[in-house]
Design a protein around this ligand. Structure first.
Ligand SMILES: *[C@@H]1O[C@H](CO)[C@@H](O)[C@H](O)[C@H]1NC(C)=O
Ligand SMILES: *[C@@H]1O[C@H](CO)[C@@H](O)[C@H](O)[C@H]1NC(C)=O
Ligand SMILES: *[C@@H]1O[C@H](CO)[C@@H](O)[C@H](O)[C@H]1NC(C)=O
Ligand SMILES: *[C@@H]1O[C@H](CO)[C@@H](O)[C@H](O)[C@H]1NC(C)=O
Ligand SMILES: *[C@@H]1O[C@H](CO)[C@@H](O)[C@H](O)[C@H]1NC(C)=O
Length: 823
């Protein structure tokens, strides 16, 4: 039946014709300032400006052609020349095909003895509408505009400003957009006030491309695109990378009449997507995938086009999801099969006009599961995004009924029951979403007031604690930093609370850890955390930026670690593998941090929850140990937290702890040994899906190590890089750490020294002879020169003030093993 409907549809309403290559009716490609024609991207002929051809497009004004005296060998030949305008000048193009056109202006600011193009400052307009004002470029850039040309001529005018007295351009492209490239009617406006019809006319405006993203895919060049566009990958825009997982297909999209065409976006955009990453999560887990696309805060109006193609479902009507733009429900319970006339893997797109709130500098897109998909596997996808700034939002005409709806209603008349159902549901969706705009609620999480915990008040909460008062951060600042604890900024959560990514004033990126409401043990632990954390500062420990204890909130603010947990770089993600040298450096860094915890100025702190998710990496892959202060946090009585907590860290637990119910710093050494094997083998500490003897990494790896065959279990991605001597040293170090009895394990200082040795062995050309290769036991209690220098500065705390750290070494604190989930 669907086939019949489609056939009927394509005959009656959609006489769109596909051809493999798009040939625009108007097509002007000018290599400005050059006298020769140039072939670009194998099929695009840019005309030079010799007097017999392209020069005739120059219409008025005084200009000269300029050649880059030192052309860059790797940049486009288009950028080796420019036309420099020394008075108001223009290009004029005849337009055969009235309608939307794409205009691309290429700027590459080279300098010559006469002109330094970086100093140019000018205005560009098209048929009197301003494209660029007060424009100057400091690096090569391509400006792309989409505009309606409704007369038979397009004049592009360059006006130098008084500051510079000249303007320039390196290349110009003007070509007609494909038919129905932008359907200028029935557009929805998403604004901070809600969702409504966009009552203006895009044709009267100019769109300037800001982002063009191939979600889940690779960079696409003009060569890959029938409209010669650039598409870039989405990864850098994902707010939480681990929320998304790439989906790809090898099958070309199933283009359907009425849906997207190759000109709307190339095949490659529709053949990849991001979908919800539900690995290691229960299938009913609800979360969004969110992208933040930066925009200039002074530009408040954008045209947003979202591309979809269901390449993840195996059957129709199994995928329902919600689409949010700037936190507003743009599409509820979206069923792509409705938009694509019941075809799978059929590309489609939706357009919105988005008005951002003042000072907002991102357009935020989220997709997340719909309640409708309750009984099914939840998923949500996105294949592509285009964001264009609406340059001159002027004029407001009353629009007539939308073309799309007319087409649809027409086809209902044609007698298709199936289709009318589809339309009905689409209309219902539209109705629903318009009737129920969801204003953002002010978050009220309902902490039990502090008074409930034995009469503490703000004044006395931290009384007696030794604190750097400079660390106090007002709650309002944290609300601002996290967009009022926006769910899309969550980067972690667990029994202790939720961690948000945030940006403080002065652009300081931070991780904001907010206590869950109702954590009964919260207060004393919070206090201790601040006290402890504020006095330990070390390059390899994640540092405390501040805290907040206003309004019964308990919030800790840490430095933001760009690259996230070490674990994500080892397995279970699509991050590129770390080299062996990087892994060694990371282990060395973490060992340094731990060594400092055990012996440094804050000495005597046992971390008690060392694992690969608690070793975080900064932008430069420098390892920092996190969550050391949380060893003080009390048990969380919530049953689920308890069980997952135990599971989460189980593989790292010191067996001696079970026997003696007492933790020492050697318990951290044991856990660290497990991390070392994790780094070596790139697999989880516990993997219940493996064969019995392989489930526990510690036990399994120890067997191979003891047999002297550890090379068999090395991560295949680094196996070839590791020098045997380095591997031997590393394996022995990990083995010692995993000794059954704490007394047989090395100190963190010894571990550190041995790891550094493994790094030297890896880096040295010549095999270091065995005499130098000291055995771990013989460096136990090594002379001080092996102990790394510790750079510490305590914050407003006397070095000898030990009344806090003495608290921390007791087993009373560290026997609380059940609160470590999710850190
Ligand atoms: C061209 O090479 C220079 C230096 O060799 C480099 O800085 C620049 O990024 C390169 N440009 C492109 C487009 O590859
Ligand atoms: C033009 O831009 C420059 C910086 O590029 C800025 O300093 C100047 O104030 C701007 N002038 C106007 C009139 O906007
Ligand atoms: C895109 O075009 C380049 C040539 O510019 C080609 O090497 C590459 O394979 C193409 N990519 C895809 C995904 O088609
Ligand atoms: C997804 O994001 C929207 C808008 O920010 C929010 O209202 C919704 O609760 C989020 N859904 C989940 C499951 O986090
Ligand atoms: C939108 O504007 C264009 C050009 O200004 C005009 O031709 C067209 O009729 C307008 N459309 C509507 C629905 O007003």
């Amino acid at each position: 039946m669907a086939a019949t409907v489609l056939h009927f549809l394509s005959l009656t309403f959609f006489l769109i014709h596909f051809s493999t290559a798009f040939t625009p009716q108007d097509n002007y490609l000018i290599n400005c300032g050059s006298s020769t024609n140039t072939l670009v991207d194998e099929n695009r002929h840019f005309t030079g400006e010799s007097s017999e051809n392209g020069l005739s497009y120059l219409s008025k004004g005084k200009s000269i052609s300029l050649t880059n005296p030192i052309p860059s060998s790797n940049s486009s030949v288009l950028y080796s020349t420019a036309r420099v305008f020394i008075s108001v000048s223009s290009y004029k193009f005849n337009i055969k095909n009235v309608g939307f056109h794409l205009v691309r202006l290429h700027f590459s600011p080279f300098s010559s003895p006469d002109y330094d193009l970086k100093n140019a400052n000018f205005v560009v307009s098209a048929n009197g509408k301003s494209l660029l004002s007060n424009f100057s470029a400091h690096f090569t850039m391509l400006k792309e505009f989409i505009l309606m040309v409704n007369k038979e001529e397009l004049e592009i005018l360059f006006t130098p400003t008084r500051d510079s007295n000249f303007a320039y351009v390196n290349a110009i492209e003007v070509f007609s957009a494909p038919k129905d490239f932008i359907i200028d009617e029935g557009m929805t406006l998403i604004s901070p006030n809600g969702i409504q019809d966009f009552k203006q006319n895009i044709s009267s405006k100019i769109l300037e491309t800001v982002h063009r993203i191939n979600v889940g895919g690779s960079k696409l060049t003009p060569f890959n695109d029938t409209l010669w566009r650039n598409w870039i990958p989405d990864e850098d825009f994902l707010v939480l990378k681990s929320a998304a997982k790439i989906a790809t297909t090898i099958h070309p999209p199933n283009y359907q009449p009425g849906g997207a065409t190759r000109e709307i976006a190339p095949d490659n955009v529709y053949m990849t997507a991001q979908q919800m990453n539900i690995d290691n999560r229960p299938s009913n887990f609800m979360f969004n995938i969110t992208w933040d696309f930066p925009v200039r805060s002074e530009d408040s109006l954008h045209f947003v086009r979202l591309h979809f193609c269901d390449i993840v479902s195996i059957a129709l009507q199994t995928l329902y999801f919600n689409v949010y733009i700037n936190g507003k429900m743009a599409f509820k319970d979206l069923d792509l099969s409705v938009l694509t006339f019941h075809e799978l893997a059929s590309p489609t797109f939706v357009d919105f006009v988005v008005q951002s709130s003042d000072n907002s500098n991102v357009v935020q897109i989220s997709v997340g599961p719909s309640d409708l998909s309750n009984s099914l596997r939840k998923n949500a996808i996105l294949n592509g995004v285009e964001i264009m700034k609406i340059v001159n939002p002027v004029g407001s005409e009353k629009r007539s009924k939308t073309k799309r709806i007319w087409i649809l209603v027409g086809s209902v008349g044609g007698g298709s029951f199936l289709l009318s159902l589809a339309i009905l549901s689409t209309l219902l969706v539209l109705k629903c979403r318009r009737r129920k705009p969801k204003p953002r609620r002010v978050e009220s999480t309902g902490w039990t007031p502090l008074r409930a915990y034995g009469g503490s008040s703000h004044g006395t909460l931290l009384e007696g604690a030794v604190l750097g008062y400079g660390l106090k951060i007002p709650f309002a600042d944290l609300q601002l930093a996290t967009n009022n604890f926006d769910k899309s900024l969550i980067i972690g959560s667990g029994g202790f609370g939720i961690v948000y990514k945030g940006i403080l004033q002065e652009n300081i990126r931070v991780a904001v850890k907010r206590r869950v409401p109702g954590n009964k043990q919260g207060l004393p632990e919070f206090q201790t955390e601040i006290t402890v954390l504020s006095r330990i500062r070390h390059h390899h420990l994640v540092s405390l930026v501040g805290y907040c204890e206003e309004q019964s909130e308990m919030i800790l603010v840490y430095e933001y670690m760009e690259k996230g947990p070490l674990r994500n770089h080892l397995y279970g993600s699509r991050l590129p593998p770390l080299s062996w040298k990087q892994r060694l450096e990371i282990c060395i860094g973490a060992a340094r941090g731990l060594h400092y915890l055990h012996t440094g100025s804050a000495h005597g702190i046992i971390h008690r929850d060392i694992k690969s998710t608690n070793i975080l990496l900064d932008y430069n892959y420098v390892a920092k140990v996190a969550d050391f202060g949380l060893s003080k946090s009390g048990p969380c009585l919530d049953e689920t937290h308890v069980s997952t907590g135990v599971k989460g860290s189980f593989g790292y637990l010191d067996p001696e702890y079970f026997r003696r119910q007492q933790l020492t710093d050697k318990s951290d050494v044991y856990s660290f040994g497990v991390v070392l094997f994790e780094v070596l083998c790139a697999r989880p500490a516990v993997d219940p899906l493996l064969d019995r003897e392989q489930v526990h990494l510690g036990e399994w790896a120890m067997e191979w190590q003891k047999k002297g065959m550890v090379e068999h279990i090395v991560d295949p991605r680094v196996r070839g890089q590791i020098k045997p001597s380095s591997l031997k040293k590393f394996g022995e170090t990990a083995e010692k750490c995993l000794a059954d009895y704490g007394i047989d394990r090395p100190t963190m200082g010894d571990v550190l020294w041995n790891l550094e040795h493994a790094l030297r062995l890896q880096e040295s050309e010549i095999q270091i002879d065995s005499q130098v290769e000291t055995d771990i036991t013989s460096v136990s209690h090594a002379s001080p020169r092996f102990v790394p220098t510790v750079h510490s500065s305590s914050v407003g705390v006397e070095e000898d003030n030990d009344n806090v750290s003495s608290d921390i070494t007791t087993s009373r604190v560290f026997s609380q093993l059940i609160t470590n989930e999710g850190r």
